[in-house]
Design a protein around this ligand. Structure first.
Ligand SMILES: Cc1cc2nc3c(=O)[nH]c(=O)nc-3n(C[C@H](O)[C@H](O)[C@H](O)COP(=O)(O)OP(=O)(O)OC[C@H]3O[C@@H](n4cnc5c(N)ncnc54)[C@H](O)[C@@H]3O)c2cc1C
Length: 320
C-alpha cells in the first residue's frame, strides 16, 4: 500500500490550522501521485471530520497525549505510519516536528526534509523546498527512502475549502509500556496568544523601544488590535523588554506568518533568518538605510513612537 499521511495536530480536540493546511496540500500531492490521502490523529479529536479535507482514512492512536512525552508520541506516530502503509508523512514544523520527527526518522532509517515552505511532485516522488543559509538560498530536498518525512512551516499554504463526506476512522493499537520519563513540572505560557511559530500575524519590536514599559505600551497594543502574536529581536529580549519565548531569529523562533510588522528592528541577518519567509513584511524604521527595508513589502521611514500608536488607533477604528 502507499499513500500520503498527514499528522493532524490538535489542541484539546480542536484541529489546528496546520492540520487542514497540510491536508489541502497533501490532497494535491496525493492526486498528482494517484495515491490516497490519510490523516493520523493522536488522542481524542473528531477524526471523521477530516474527510471534509480529502482524507479517505484517519488512523487514530488512542490514549492520553495531553502531557508531551517524546517516546510516547514517537511510538504512536510509528504505529500510525505502519498501519497506514503510507510512503510519505507530512507534519507541521512545530515542537513535535522538531522533537519527535527526527526520532521517527531514525526509527525508520529513512530521511527527513525539515522546515519546508513548499512541496511538489517530481519523478513520482514528493520533493521539499526549504530555506537555508539564513533564508538567503532555497534548497530542494529529495528523500530517496520510504517513508519520506517532511515537516512544513505553518502558513506555507492556504486553507482548503471544506467539502466531501466523513472519513473512515481506523483505530490503531499501540503497544507502549511507558517511556520511564517522569513529568516534573508543566508551565503554561503567560500569554493566550497563538504561538509565534503558528501565528498568522506578528508584531515585533526591537532595541529601539528603549524600555519594557514602552515595549508594553507601544508594541503590545498594536499586536492586540490586530489579534497578532508579539515578537521581538534578540536585542529587545536581551534588554528584558520581552520574554525569551518571544524572540524571533536564528537563535529564537522561526516564523512564517502572513503579516510580519517589524518596529524599530534593523534587520540583521540573524533576525532575518527567522522571519524572511513571511508573506507580507512591514518595516517601520527611522533609518532609510536600515537593511530590513531590502526585505520589506511595505516600508515606513519614520519614528515608531509616532507611527505605531497611530496605526493602532486606525486598526481599532477599522475593526470596531
Ligand atoms: C550568534 C548570534 C545569534 C543571534 N540570534 C539572533 C536572533 O535569533 N534574533 C535576533 O533578532 N537577533 C539575533 N542576533 C543579534 C543580531 O545580530 C542583532 O544584534 C539584533 O537582531 C539587533 O536587534 P535590533 O534590530 O532590535 O537592534 P538594532 O540593530 O540596534 O536596530 C535598532 C533599529 O531601530 C531603529 N530605530 C531606533 N529608534 C527608532 C525609532 N524611534 N523609530 C523607528 N526606528 C528606530 C534604528 O534605525 C535601527 O535600525 C544574534 C547575534 C548573534 C551573534
Amino acid at each position: 500500500m502507499s499513500g500520503i499521511l498527514v499528522l493532524a495536530a490538535h489542541a484539546g480536540g480542536t484541529f489546528k490550522r496546520t492540520a487542514t493546511e497540510l491536508l489541502g496540500k497533501g490532497k494535491e500531492l496525493a492526486d498528482s501521485l494517484g495515491v490516497p490521502l490519510f490523516a493520523a490523529v493522536l488522542g481524542d479529536a473528531p477524526a471523521a471530520d477530516l474527510g471534509q479535507f480529502g482524507a479517505s482514512k484517519v488512523f487514530v492512536v488512542g490514549g492520553d497525549f495531553s502531557s508531551y512525552d517524546t517516546l510516547h508520541v514517537t511510538a504512536a506516530l510509528k504505529a500510525a505510519v505502519d498501519a497506514s502503509g503510507a510512503t510519505v508523512l507530512l507534519a507541521p514544523s512545530d515542537f513535535t516536528g522538531a522533537d519527535a520527527m527526527p526520532r521517527l526518522t531514525a526509527r525508520f532509517r529513512t530521511g527527513q526534509a525539515t522546515e519546508c515552505t513548499d512541496l511538489r511532485v517530481e519523478g513520482g516522488r514528493v520533493v521539499g523546498r526549504r530555506p537555508t543559509n539564513g533564508g538567503k538560498v532555497s534548497a530542494d530536498v529529495h528523500v530517496s527512502k520510504d517513508p519520506a518525512i517532511f515537516t512544513v512551516r505553518p502558513s506555507s499554504f492556504g486553507q482548503p475549502a471544506a467539502g466531501g463526506g466523513a472519513a473512515e476512522v481506523v483505530a490503531v493499537a499501540l503497544d507502549f509500556a511507558g517511556s520511564g520519563l517522569t513529568l516534573v513540572e508543566s508551565r503554561k505560557p503567560e500569554t493566550t496568544a497563538v504561538d509565534l511559530t503558528e501565528a498568522e500575524r506578528i508584531v515585533s519590536g526591537g532595541r529601539s523601544l528603549k524600555s519594557k514599559e514602552s515595549f508594553d505600551s507601544v508594541i503590545r497594543p498594536l499586536s492586540d488590535a490586530l489579534n497578532a502574536t508579539t515578537g521581538a529581536s534578540r536585542a529587545a529580549v536581551d534588554a528584558h523588554f520581552a520574554g525569551h519565548d518571544e524572540q524571533v531569529g536564528e537563535t529564537g523562533k522561526t516564523v512564517n506568518p502572513v503579516l510580519y510588522i517589524a518596529c524599530g528592528i534593523s534587520g540583521q541577518v540573524q533576525h532575518l533568518g527567522g522571519m524572511r519567509t513571511s508573506k507580507v513584511i512591514v518595516a517601520i524604521n527611522k533609518d532609510p538605510e536600515a537593511p530590513i527595508f531590502k526585505h520589506a513589502t511595505y516600508g515606513i521611514v519614520d519614528d515608531l513612537f509616532d507611527v505605531v500608536p497611530a496605526l493602532t488607533a486606525e486598526v481599532k477604528a477599522a475593526l470596531s
